[in-house]
Structure formats: structure tokens, C-alpha cells
Design a protein around this ligand. Structure first.
Ligand code: 5MM
Length: 335
């Protein structure tokens, strides 16, 4: 198997998943302000370092996605990528430069960051990164996502993936169909399937090695303002249906985003997906909020309480890791 495939397996095997700690400074400032902590480079590092020094890193976190600021910071005598690698975890980096208004369909977004990417990738590889992330976002309504948004975001994801593999790193392909709206889960299923199919069509057109890619999709959920709620079992079954219909068999691993689900919902749904998983895909997590929410709430009350914060993060990471193996239960959650 290729070196890229080995990186994927190191990140996702044995119940390991990904900690998405790649909030841009704007997003991280929102997260910190929401819990009344000032957003300074020192505070952003302190919270993230607290997570990276946790016990569960070794057992549950196979990869960490960093933001440009963090990959260049230090923890005592180590660089942040060195600290992450010392846990047996692979350092990764977000390389898109954000979702901007899509000219021609201004209600929608196109993710930018291709200009100068080849050169930036060389720098990140030197800093220790071995995988990368690029996130495209799509909205759902009667007319959206438009063909323009589906096509142009897929082309950008594919050009990004080809450049990343050329630089010796694994691309995470993240097409996030947002849960905002009053659409049904069936509509989410149809639109997400269309979006993912188009991504793989373009990845193939760009000669991307699918055995060295991680897909980071949303789960199939009703919109957050929909009156038609469905059970966790139905969410898991629809999500599996979508992925079986849209993801080529060569892809080794799928790591879900949490997308605004609560920590427990994101864990429960992942657990059921793994219980029903009759594919060869590894199904794991690449959670931001669903791994960090409880920890940041606790930490904000006393930012010096490292141990207490780590205890909360360790529990969350352990629960996600059990869910990635279909072994999570309510009893273990509440223990
Ligand atoms: C960690 O958050 C990332 C978003 O960063 P920016 O919006 O600041 O660029 C985001 O891409 C994240 O990696 C995924 O959406 C998964 O995070 P959630 O919270 O949805 O699990």
C-alpha cells in the first residue's frame, strides 16, 4: 500500500479519529468570547495545548487539524507539531483560506485558497504536517445548492487534493452540506449524495489517488428548523445509504464532521453508523465542537484548571472512540 494510505490508516485505525482544532482566528474568537475569555494568541494556545497534552491523545486521537497560527507555536521546548507527533498522532493543517461569496450565485459560497498553495504546502510539510483539510460549504433550499456551487466547489476540492498528494500529504475532502434550514432528512440525503458524487467525479478527473484520501462529510439530518425530526437509527441508516451510493470503494476512511450536533447526538449517531456499517469504509470522527464544547465551557471558568479540563476532554474523546467502534453505550457515557 502507498505511503499516503499508511498515513490514513495511522490516523483512523483502532477507534482513533481526528480532533478538528483548526478554527480560524475569527471563529476561535467567537468560541472564546461566547465563554467570556479574551481571544489572545496566548489564550488560544493555552486551551489547545491543554487538549494536546491530554492522556486520550495517545489512544483516541489519530490526527489533529491545526490552523496556521497554531502550527507555528511552541509548547515549552517542543513545537506544536512535535508535541502532537510525540503522542503517536499525525499533525495536519487547514489550507483553505475560507468560504467567500460565489460570484454568479451570491447566496452561496466558494472556498478559496488555491493561489500559492503548492508553495504553502512545502512550508507546512517542513513544519511536520502530513495531512491537510479543505472545507466547502453548501446550503439547502428548493434551488440550492446550485449546479454552479456543486461544480465549482468540487473542482476546487479536486485541484487542492491533487496538489496535496503531490506534496506527500493526505487531503481531507470536506464537502459540508449545512444543517441550517427547514428541509427534511430526505432532502439532505438527495443533495448530499449529489454533492459527494460530484466531488469524486472531479477527484478522478484530477488523477487523485483515492486510497490516500479521507472524506469528511456531514451526517444525513433534517434541517435544524425542520418540524420532521427522525430517530438516531434513521439518521444512521440514511447516512450509510448516502455514502454507499456516492463514495468509491477505494476510499479507505470517512471521518464525519459534527456540524452543530450536540456532543451526545454526534456520539450516538456515529455509534449507530458503526453498528450498521456493512461497508469496508472505516467510519470515524473529525469533530470540532463535538469534542471541545464541554472542555471549553469548563476551562473558561478557570483557565488554570488544566487537569479538570483534560478530564472532560478525555471522557469525550473516549466516548467518540467507542462510537467509532460501535461500542458506545448510555451507561458508559454516564459513568
Ligand atoms: C474547527 O472548525 C472548522 C471551521 O473553521 P473556520 O470556519 O474558522 O474556517 C471546521 O471546518 C471544522 O473542521 C468542521 O466543520 C468540523 O467541525 P464541527 O464543529 O462541525 O465538528
Amino acid at each position: 500500500m502507498s505511503e499516503l494510505n499508511n498515513i490514513v490508516l495511522k490516523i483512523l485505525s483502532n477507534g482513533k479519529g481526528i480532533l478538528a482544532a483548526d478554527e480560524s482566528t475569527g471563529t476561535m474568537t467567537k468560541r472564546l468570547n461566547a465563554v467570556n475569555v479574551e481571544s489572545t494568541p496566548e489564550n488560544r494556545l493555552l486551551f489547545r495545548e491543554t487538549l494536546f497534552l491530554s492522556e486520550s491523545m495517545k489512544k483516541c486521537i489519530g490526527g489533529v487539524i491545526l490552523y496556521d497560527e497554531t502550527i507555528k507555536q511552541n509548547s515549552k521546548s517542543k513545537t506544536i507539531p512535535e508535541l502532537i507527533s510525540s503522542c503517536g498522532t499525525v499533525p495536519g493543517i487547514k489550507v483553505d483560506t475560507g468560504a467567500k461569496i460565489l460570484a454568479g450565485s451570491p447566496d452561496e459560497k466558494i472556498t478559496e485558497g488555491l493561489d500559492g498553495l503548492r508553495e504553502r504546502l512545502k512550508v507546512y510539510h517542513k513544519l511536520g504536517a502530513r495531512f491537510t483539510k479543505w472545507r466547502a460549504v453548501y446550503i439547502i433550499s428548493d434551488k440550492y445548492p446550485s449546479k454552479l456551487s456543486v461544480d465549482s466547489n468540487a473542482q476546487a476540492l479536486a485541484r487542492y487534493s491533487a496538489l496535496v498528494q503531490e506534496s506527500g500529504m493526505v487531503p481531507i475532502v470536506e464537502p459540508e452540506v449545512l444543517m441550517d434550514g427547514d428541509h427534511s432528512a430526505d432532502e439532505c440525503l438527495v443533495k448530499t449524495t449529489e454533492v459527494i458524487k460530484k466531488c469524486f467525479e472531479e477527484l478522478n478527473n484530477n488523477n487523485v489517488d483515492l486510497t490516500g484520501v479521507i472524506l469528511k462529510p456531514n451526517m444525513i439530518l433534517p434541517g435544524n428548523r425542520s418540524s420532521k425530526k427522525i430517530s438516531n437509527e434513521e439518521i444512521a441508516k440514511l447516512t450509510l445509504k448516502c455514502l454507499k451510493d456516492s463514495v468509491p470503494k477505494e476510499v479507505p476512511g470517512i471521518a464525519f464532521l459534527s456540524g452543530g450536533q450536540t456532543e451526545i447526538e454526534a456520539t450516538k449517531n456515529l455509534n449507530l453508523i458503526n453498528k450498521y456499517n456493512d461497508t469496508n469504509f472505516i467510519m470515524s470522527y473529525s469533530y470540532g465542537r463535538a469534542l471541545q464544547q464541554g472542555a471549553i465551557n469548563f476551562w473558561s471558568k478557570d483557565i488554570k484548571n488544566i487537569e479538570g479540563t483534560q478530564k472532560i476532554f478525555n471522557h469525550r474523546a473516549n466516548m467518540c472512540s467507542l462510537a467509532a467502534q460501535g461500542k458506545w453505550s448510555k451507561e458508559l457515557e454516564e459513568k
